[in-house]
Design a binder for this molecule. Sequence first.
Ligand code: ZN
Length: 82
Amino acid sequence: MLANQAMWELLSEKLGVTEAELIEKMGQIDLRDGKRDGKISTGNLKECPSCGHKVRKQRANCYWCGTELTLSSPFMDSKRTD
Ligand SMILES: [Zn+2]
């Protein structure tokens, strides 16, 4: 949140970005997942089939239990193990 606020203030001070433009952009980003629901899709998360925790899709293994996860998108960078 703090980083968001700082970024916004810099943008508006240095580039003269208006709040209307910010809101419009937020709407565009919101719609990227196909629905205007006020949030960014959690589409890059999936449920671990083994333990049920939410983990990032690009992970090769479940962060929580280590179960190997199948990669569902060729655009995701694979084999991240952080
Ligand atoms: Zn798991």
